[in-house]
Design a protein around this ligand. Structure first.
Ligand code: SF4
Length: 532
């Protein structure tokens, strides 16, 4: 079939479409967003009626995927690494229930935190859940690896994780697709998974846990002979054990410096210990090149002893951040050529809110109000409005995880902090701010929650959210907010005084108030105008 130039994320998506999926469930998050968007725009997926809508959050996405798998169909679920924290409950338990149709979790990690609040490594979750993990090293392997993951998922009746990292998800290379598989048909009622598997009350859960433990030897054997793992022979006394995209950096160094060190390339976990043993037998020392945490390095130090293992734990590699060719070369005692100087035309461009963004006018009003209070700290959440933490606004003081603005404001209010103000976007509010608002209503907390409603998930490129379509009033009233303290403002400069007055009134109220700061994202408006 014809070669296609694809982002890694798109290669994963095409692999899933060609594996015959019936649905993809996801919440947008960089660098995973493009997987779902590719499926949403794929004519092949649309013709087959593949379900591809955004879910309210990663947990609902995972549970929806598990439901589709229960019904016997193949399904992909996508998220970024921190999203897996949200989905963790469903994810870990699904290793016990097992799956019906193949269920593949594509999770995109972000080493160096290009667009994330931490650097956590999803492979730890894979090990924690005791399921197979695939970590492809290039776009073709991603395409093939996703299809392989579906087969593996069905053969073991387990979810399988495909781990991407930013550099792989967001770089392009040629991919040659293979013949697509047909979509699965719904099984007969008596072929659906039994209650003994899917009702995780203790008697069943213990049996299912024993099954999961019993599968571990098979999972290890499958990794040992996986096509994603292979040895590159060499005679040098220092070898390299390379994982996922790090394999490319290692091979570039090998070629550029005309080196002859042996390399064990690993793309399927658990670690193929037999192959690793062979490498360690042959070498005096082994550099472990893995993106993220020193997950495998730590394991190997326990297995082979500290002296032979080089990596992040002994300082041969930095403990944090992405790897690249220069970093690998230096770790092997080589000096890479100096990088080409950055041309003067390339000026640093720090992130900032777009010109004309409504968040600017909201922060102007909020800062004016808060300046009149001794405690002017504001709890915030994750979205474009988080840029309000930077100058010239310096309007917000927290950003921890999705939904935390509301619940942290509740805690601070209960500690006596006044005013306790939270700023949260419409998408983040439906992701996990709603439950915090319910707490606030139940506890009659003195908090003011400003929902910046721009009718989209702006930060990840303008996807619809569960709040798109102006449903926030109904949601807030349904959760018990007093209609007198559910106010709407339009963050525009001519309305500045009016907005200052509304915010001042609501933070003076000793109870739960919600202010909808409603104005369409200018980027979304521009896109809409382009498309009409
Ligand atoms: S993308 Fe939209 S919401 Fe984000 S900063 Fe730009 S205008 Fe504001």
């Amino acid at each position: 079939m014809e070669r296609q130039l694809l982002l890694g994320a798109e290669a994963a998506a095409l692999g899933a479409i060609d594996a015959g999926i019936s649905g993809v469930y996801a919440y947008p998050g960089t660098p995973s967003t493009e997987i779902t968007e590719f499926i949403q725009h794929s004519p092949a997926a649309r013709n087959r009626g593949v379900r591809a809508a955004w879910s309210t959050n990663e947990k609902t996405a995972y549970e929806e995927a598990l439901g589709m798998s229960y019904a016997g169909k193949r399904v992909l679920v996508c998220m970024k690494h921190v999203g897996l924290n949200v989905a963790a409950d469903a994810f870990i338990n699904s290793a016990l229930t097992g799956v019906g149709g193949g269920l593949v979790l594509a999770v995109a990690d972000d080493p160096s935190m290009h667009s994330s609040q931490n650097e956590q490594d999803s492979r730890v979750y894979g090990k924690f859940a005791m399921i197979p993990v695939i970590e492809p090293s290039n776009q073709q392997e991603l395409y093939d690896g996703v299809r392989h993951a579906f087969q593996l998922s069905e053969s073991l009746s387990l979810p399988v994780m495909v781990r991407l990292t930013t550099r792989l998800a967001h770089s392009r290379a040629g991919v040659v697709p293979k013949e697509p598989e047909p979509e699965r048909t719904l099984p007969a009622a008596d072929a659906l998974p039994s209650a003994e598997r899917f009702v995780l009350m203790p008697v069943n859960a213990r049996r299912q846990y024993a099954r999961l433990i019993g599968l571990q030897r098979d999972i290890e054997q499958l990794a040992e002979c996986s096509w994603l793992n292979r040895m590159v022979e060499g005679t040098a006394s220092t070898g390299v054990l390379a994982f996922g995209i790090a394999y490319n950096y290692v091979m570039e160094v090998r070629e550029a410096f005309d080196m002859d060190f042996p390399v064990l390339k690993t793309g399927q976990y658990p670690l193929p210990l037999g192959a690793a043993q062979q490498l360690f037998n042959q070498c005096d020392s082994v550099l472990v090149a893995e993106e993220g945490y020193p997950v495998i390095e730590e394991l190997l130090r326990g297995f082979f002893g500290n002296g032979q293992v080089l990596g992040r734990l002994d300082g041969t590699l930095a403990r944090t951040g992405e790897l690249n060719t220069d970093i690998i070369a230096r770790a092997l005692g080589l000096e890479p050529a100096p990088a080409a100087p950055v041309p003067e035309i390339v000026v640093p461009r720090p992130p900032e809110l777009c010109r004309g963004c409504g968040h600017r006018d909201l922060y102007l009003a909020l800062n004016t109000v808060m300046a009149g209070h001794p405690h002017d700290h504001v709890f915030s959440d994750i979205g474009c409005y988080t840029l309000g933490a930077l100058a010239p606004f310096s309007a917000i003081h927290t950003c921890v995880d999705m939904g935390a603005s509301v619940t942290m404001a509740i805690g601070a209010a209960e500690a006596g902090l006044r005013p306790a103000v939270a700023v949260i976007g419409d998408s983040t509010f439906t992701h996990s701010g709603m439950t915090g608002l319910l707490d606030a209503v139940n506890r009659r907390s003195s908090v003011t929650i400003i929902i910046t409603d721009n009718d989209t998930t702006a930060m990840t490129g303008g996807q619809n959210s569960a709040a798109t379509g102006s449903r926030l009033e109904a949601i807030c009233l349904g959760l018990g907010v007093d209609p007198l303290h559910l106010r709407t403002i339009v963050p525009l400069k001519p309305r500045l005084q009016e907005n200052i007055a509304v915010i001042s009134e609501e933070i003076a109220y000793e109870g739960v108030s919600v202010i909808l700061a409603r104005r369409e994202c200018v980027e979304r408006a521009a896109k809409r105008n382009r498309n009409t």
